[in-house]
Ligand binder design. Structure first.
Ligand code: AMP
Length: 256
C-alpha cells in the first residue's frame, strides 16, 4: 500500500481492508518528489515519521518501506512511466507532471515489493483510474483494490493536507461534501442535466467564503470522459481551494 505518510483514518481504512484480505501487508511511506509541481508543497508536506511507524505497528502491518529520495531515484534516473491522455485531464490540467510522478513511483514500488494486491483510495479517483490503466497496459500481476473515502463527521474527506486548514477553512471545506451530496440527491430525484447539477453544486459552495473552485467534472467512472447528461455510470469529481490548500473529492451518482 503506497502512502506519503502523515497517516490518518483514511490510510487506516486501506490498511484494515488489506489486513483482512492479505497474509502480509507492506506499507510504503515516501513523500515522492516526482509527483509535486515546482510551486507545490513538497517542502512543507507533513512528515511525522516516528508517529507513522507507531501507527503502523499498532495496525499490525508486517513491513514498512521508507526509502530516501536518492535511494528511490539513484541519479541519473532516466526512466519514467506515463499514462497518456488519462494523466492530462482534470488534475493533470493544473498539475501536468503529477501523474507521471505517481505512475513512476507506483511502478517502482510494484517491482520492489511485488504485491499480489495493492490498495488505493477512492478519494483520489483519477489516480485510481490511472494506476489501474498502467497496471493493465504494462501487465503488472497486481490486482488494484479501491477503498471508499473515509470522512470526518462533517463530511470532509480525510487528507494529510487538511492539516494546513485553519478553523474557517475547515468549516468551509465541509461544504464540498455537502455539494456532492446535494448533487447525488438531485440525481436520485431525476435531475440528469449536468448544467443544472453543476449550478446546484456551485450554489452550495458559494456559502464558503474561503473556497475557490478549480473544477467540477461529471465523468464516466471508467474512462473519465466528460458527460453531457448524468447516468448510473457517472461520477462527479471536484477540486477546490480552501484558502491556499487544494482539496479534491468525488462521489458516484449511483450506488456502485
Ligand atoms: P497519500 O498518502 O495521500 O498518497 O494516500 C495514500 C493512499 O491513501 C491513496 O491511495 C489515497 O487515495 C488513500 N487515501 C487518502 N485519503 C483517504 C481517505 N480519506 N479515504 C480513503 N483513502 C484515502
Amino acid at each position: 500500500m503506497p502512502t506519503m505518510g502523515a497517516l490518518h483514518e483514511g490510510h487506516l481504512a486501506l490498511i484494515k481492508r488489506a489486513r483482512k484480505e492479505c497474509a502480509i501487508v507492506v506499507v510504503s511511506v515516501f513523500v515522492n518528489p516526482l509527483q509535486f509541481g515546482a510551486h507545490e508543497d513538497l517542502e512543507r508536506y507533513p512528515r511525522p515519521f516516528d508517529e507513522d511507524v507507531s501507527t503502523l505497528r499498532k495496525a499490525n502491518v508486517d513491513a514498512v518501506f521508507s526509502p530516501t529520495p536518492s535511494e528511490m531515484y539513484p541519479p541519473p534516473a532516466l526512466t519514467s512511466v506515463y499514462v497518456s491522455a488519462l494523466s492530462k485531464t482534470l488534475e493533470g490540467k493544473t498539475r501536468p507532471t503529477h501523474f507521471k510522478g505517481v505512475t513512476t513511483v507506483v511502478a517502482k514500488l510494484f517491482n520492489i515489493v511485488r504485491p499480489d494486491r495493492a490498495y488505493f483510495g477512492e478519494k483520489d479517483y483519477q489516480q485510481l483510474i490511472v494506476v489501474k490503466r498502467m497496471t493493465r497496459d504494462l501487465n503488472f500481476p497486481v490486482e488494484i483494490a479501491c477503498v471508499p473515502t473515509a470522512r470526518e463527521k462533517s463530511g470532509l474527506a480525510l487528507s494529510s493536507r487538511n492539516a494546513y486548514l485553519n478553523g474557517k477553512e475547515r468549516k468551509d471545506a465541509a461544504l464540498i461534501y455537502a455539494a456532492l451530496s446535494a448533487v447525488r440527491k438531485a440525481y436520485e430525484t431525476g435531475v440528469a442535466d449536468i448544467k443544472t447539477l453543476q449550478r446546484l453544486m456551485r450554489d452550495v459552495l458559494k456559502k464558503g467564503k474561503t473556497l475557490k473552485l478549480d473544477y467540477i467534472a461529471f465523468v464516466d467512472k471508467r474512462t473519465l470522459g466528460r458527460r453531457k447528461n448524468a447516468n448510473g455510470d457517472t461520477r462527479v469529481l471536484i477540486a477546490c481551494y480552501a484558502g491556499k490548500t487544494r482539496l479534491i473529492d468525488t462521489m458516484a451518482l449511483a450506488e456502485e
